[in-house]
Write a new protein. Structure first.
Length: 581
């Protein structure tokens, strides 16, 4: 069984039981309402299991990187991730993915409000984590547990969830305690920023400094602080929050906290990019804080099932048949230099083969409607009919060939209005950055890095550039080029722009949950930069309204959509909806 020796006080006693439980409600609850076991007679014996239970919220289905919920909001709303409706309507999901990619956000969208306040959505994922942190703190107080480092760790963990909420939803309730009588008050974004910073500063000196696998330490706390300061201007809190008086001060603080991580010396770049994403990646010197996954005990990591074609089962000798969904866009593929090793280490493209090296084919029946609507560029088999086959379908063996181009997200032909008939089963390059283990089932055992040291270097360079009016300094280039050199990409010089740095962040960190935040911070998520513009090499919005059947003109994403609407159940509970929704 994988990694148990690394999980010492986190997961051993509670993991298997908890992964079968559902989320808790938004309303704060006593810990006894979550775990009915009476541990008061021996709190030391109980501590490790209860403490580990707090971390389990990151794992599980509908955790940090599950295909629906938080991760989906960060990636499916951007250029680096798309989920076209496949053959016969597969992945249509009531138009959910099309709405995400085209920024048609509503308070009832699945990722925001699925199943209500006790359901599987980004809002509830974060507040479940906050409730668990607060409940553990309350229990520690009740049994007089004298563990200041662990208490500080819990507060910083709670701050992390509030940081995610602040980034995604803006004006949020800041939940700093748990009791039956406590009602959280909705804060402005600036107030929430200050509350997070106050708690972070009060606990950073107490939290442990050394590395314990998959646990928060001081360096992880510094990373959260650096993220907060780097995004403060984009969040609109500068000049409104006590801890963000000016943009210049925020960027200086972001650089300072990155320097703290660097000088501490606990982490370093791996010489091989792939080391960070192996099945057994717990030895990575670069991964600062991981979500622990295990195919049996800690489920929820499903990139292989989400992205690979049905026939890719033969490429990787998988136990189960993948679902043929997620991919990237051809413009995102186009941002890589030809010598950048991350292109082929991250994406599967072109003709696919079995593990033994045989060409993969897929048997598909072609009828008259399919023949008419099938994109002309797609790889076609030998013997494809020269004329419409009529009402009698012809079954043919198509090469499994992943194209860079995506012609549709919604499987609707504009001219005829026909749905679910366009043969786009092979469209889009498929994600392969994480190692796919042979004979794995629906869930992978690769741990997922929340923070990596490569991001620290890129953030440091960006903070220095922003403090210098967007111009790259020697110090900024030295930090950024460490990442570039590892990727075998051409080193940057003083001509480096912020737009190009955004692309570099995409190449290095794709599908790690930062793209939406990055696009907003670099000014390319809304306004004119959310419109298709082939003359702009840094414009990536090429899929909006493609073949949706509406005939509506392409519209820019308004600025208010930099944050998502609060879910209906939160508004019904008394919180004010975000402007514009």
């Amino acid at each position: 069984m994988k990694k148990i020796k690394y999980l010492s006080i986190i997961f051993c006693s509670t993991l298997l039981a908890f992964v079968q439980q559902s989320c808790t409600d938004l309303e704060p609850k006593l810990y006894s309402q979550i775990d009915q076991t009476d541990y008061e007679s021996d709190p030391e014996l109980a501590f490790d299991g209860k403490f580990g239970d707090v971390y389990v919220n990151l794992q599980r289905e509908y955790g940090y990187v599950y295909r629906e919920g938080f991760w989906s909001l960060q990636e499916n709303t951007t250029d680096e991730c798309a989920v076209p409706t496949r053959w016969a309507g597969d992945w249509y999901d009531s138009g959910n993915f099309w709405k995400l990619h085209n920024h048609m956000f509503t308070s009832t969208l699945r990722e925001i409000a699925a199943n209500g306040k006790s359901g599987y959505n980004a809002w509830n994922f974060c507040y479940t984590g906050i409730t668990k942190c607060n409940s553990m703190i309350q229990w520690m107080d009740k049994v007089n547990a004298n563990r200041p480092r662990e208490r500080a760790e819990l507060v910083i963990f709670r701050c992390f969830y509030h940081y995610l909420l602040l980034d995604n939803f803006g004006n949020i309730p800041y939940v700093s305690k748990t009791s039956d009588t406590y009602t959280p008050v909705q804060c402005t974004r600036a107030q929430a920023f200050d509350s997070i910073m106050t708690d972070m500063l009060a606990n950073l000196q107490t939290v442990r400094e050394d590395k314990v696998y998959a646990r928060i330490n001081k360096s992880v706390g510094w990373m959260i602080m650096a993220k907060m300061y780097l995004n403060a201007e984009a969040w609109g809190v500068v000049g409104h929050a006590h801890y963000a008086p000016t943009a210049a001060q925020c960027y200086a603080k972001a650089s300072l906290y990155c320097d703290s991580i660097i000088s501490k010396g606990l982490y370093s770049l791996e010489s091989d990019y792939k080391t960070n994403f192996l099945v057994k990646n717990e030895g990575s010197t670069e991964n600062m804080w991981n979500v622990v996954y295990d195919a049996t005990l800690s489920k929820g990591m499903q990139f292989h099932m989400m992205t690979l074609h049905y026939k890719s089962k033969e490429t990787f000798n998988l136990k189960n048949t993948p679902w043929n969904g997620y991919c990237t866009t051809h413009k995102f593929i186009g941002i890589y230099d030809s010598n950048d090793i991350r292109l082929n280490e991250t994406w599967l493209r072109g003709q696919q083969y079995s593990k033994a090296g045989s060409l993969l084919t897929a048997e598909i029946a072609v009828d008259s409607v399919t023949y008419k609507l099938m994109p002309g560029y797609i790889r076609k088999p030998v013997g494809y009919p020269a004329s419409n086959p009529g009402s009698n379908p012809v079954t043919l063996s198509f090469p499994v060939y992943f194209t860079d181009t995506i012609t549709t997200l919604t499987n609707v032909d504009v001219a005829s209005g026909s749905k679910n008939k366009i043969l786009n089963v092979f469209q889009g390059a498929r994600f392969r950055k994480f190692e796919y283990e042979e004979n794995v089932g629906d869930h992978m055992s690769n741990d997922f890095p929340i923070f990596r040291y490569a991001d620290v270097l890129l953030m440091k360079g960006e903070a220095l550039m922003r403090a210098n009016g967007g111009v790259a300094t020697t110090e900024a280039l030295n930090a950024i080029n460490q990442v570039r050199t590892r990727a075998n990409a051409t080193a940057y010089d003083a001509s480096l722009t912020l737009d190009e740095l955004l692309m570099e962040r995409g190449r290095e960190l794709c599908w790690e949950g930062f793209r939406r935040q990055d696009l907003i911070r670099f000014g390319r998520f809304t306004g004119v930069n959310s419109l298709s513009n082939e003359a702009d090499p840094y414009n990536l919005w090429i899929l909006k309204n493609i073949n949706d059947g509406s005939g509506a003109p392409l519209e820019a994403t308004p600025d208010y959509k930099k944050i998502f609407p609060l879910p209906d159940f939160a508004v019904d509970g008394g919180y004010t909806q975000n402007p514009g929704y």
